[in-house]
Design a protein around this ligand. Structure first.
Ligand SMILES: NC(=O)c1ccc[n+]([C@@H]2O[C@H](COP(=O)([O-])OP(=O)(O)OC[C@H]3O[C@@H](n4cnc5c(N)ncnc54)[C@H](O)[C@@H]3O)[C@@H](O)[C@H]2O)c1
Length: 336
């Protein structure tokens, strides 16, 4: 297939480009590089040994999008978007414009070019304050911050479009917590500034970029008192996109699918596994709970198996070993 990848230079997008190329697809990627480096693209080219065309383009550039889509694609994987929850609270309008308007522009350009096959990066954040684990796709949806609102809005846009217009086949993939890196250690997550997520913080601490990990709360009703989340290896996640792509022809309209491992790990379990991978103790300190954090969230991944024939295969030790390899080989990320 000829696949257009938006946000192709980003963390998950670059791993998806790599797996698409490894599977023999033709890939064109674009990104405005607001949160990524073009180096990720050159590394994907080197790793795959295949050509990968890349353009610097913004989702808000309707003309540019229209021109690119008109080249003719079998499907689009849509990763481009802003994802920092804290920033979304400070700049809700920026998030709405970039993520929601940007996605509307993409859908319009796809329609004009008669390409109606889409795989979209949604998130478990659409489940809001989780009421019951494991979380199934029928769990009620709610937004608890402006970032989450943008994911709900794009999901709704896709559901509505698929309802009113025939021919759309859309996979709304709700990711749990992507971590890890390609096993080569050549591409990986390279957050700008202070990491928002646990694993990059832990690994930056392992290589000395941070002095210690802050653990927010150890008095939750979980086995060791720290928060429990469902972590998924980014390569498993990328392969989930390929699985969805391969089954799109069986879709009729838009379908939401959880991409999670189906089990949770606590913050302390992650720190222990990361210390093992790094070969040293990673220092941490316990801080009070943060308002709004849930005790535990993990996915029910059974619908992914049924609908797209996919399940995660990589466990926590592999996630930590691969993330650690990336961070050790590239202590300053792509600027190393
Ligand atoms: N990483 C996670 O924890 C996580 C979890 C759930 C969902 N998601 C979603 O997955 C997608 C990819 O996330 P990621 O972790 O790879 O983030 P990322 O920031 O590494 O990648 C997103 C890419 O989109 C680009 N981008 C942003 N706005 C753009 C625009 N207007 N035009 C063109 N490019 C633009 C950025 O430069 C970046 O390269 C995002 O939509 C994110 O919301 C991520």
């Amino acid at each position: 297939m000829k696949v257009l990848v938006t946000g192709g230079a980003g963390y998950i997008g670059s791993h998806a480009c790599l797996e698409l190329l490894r599977a023999g697809h033709e890939v064109v990627g674009f990104d405005n590089l607001s949160n990524s480096s073009e180096k990720a693209i050159s590394r994907v080219r080197e790793l795959s040994g295949k050509p990968l065309r890349f353009e610097r383009l913004d989702l808000l550039d309707k003309q540019g999008l229209g021109r690119l889509m008109k080249e003719g694609f079998d499907a689009v994987m849509h990763f481009a978007g802003l994802k920092a929850v804290g920033e979304s609270v400070e700049k809700p309008d920026l998030y709405r414009r970039n993520n929601v308007e940007g996605s509307a522009n993409l859908l319009a350009a796809m329609k004009a070019a008669d390409c109606r096959n889409l795989v979209f990066s949604s998130s478990c954040t659409v489940y809001g304050a989780v009421q019951k684990n494991p979380v199934t796709e029928s769990h009620p949806r709610a937004a608890v911050n402006p970032y989450g609102e943008t994911k709900l809005a794009v999901e709704d846009m896709c559901f509505e479009l698929a309802r009113v217009e025939k021919g759309w086949r859309i996979a709304l993939l709700r990711y749990f917590n992507p971590v890890g890196a390609d096993a080569s250690g050549c591409i990986g997550e390279d957050p700008k500034g202070m990491p928002n997520n646990l694993m990059p913080f832990v690994m930056q601490t392992a290589v000395g970029r941070r002095d210690k990990v802050r653990v927010w709360g150890n008095d939750y009703p979980t086995p060791d008192g720290t928060g429990v989340r469902d972590y998924i290896h980014v390569t498993d996640l990328a392969l989930g996109h390929l699985a969805a792509l391969g089954r799109l022809d069986r879709f009729d309209g838009a379908l939401a699918v959880n991409l999670g491992a189906g089990r949770g790990y606590s913050v302390l379990e992650v720190i222990r596994a990361a210390s093992k991978a790094a070969g040293k103790d990673i220092p941490y300190e316990i801080r009070p709970r943060r308002p709004g954090d849930a005790a535990a969230i993990w996915a029910d991944p059974s619908f992914a198996k049924k609908s797209i024939g996919w399940g995660a295969t990589r466990g926590l030790d592999e996630m930590c070993a691969d993330h650690c390899r990336w961070q050790t080989q590239n202590p300053e990320g792509f600027a190393s």
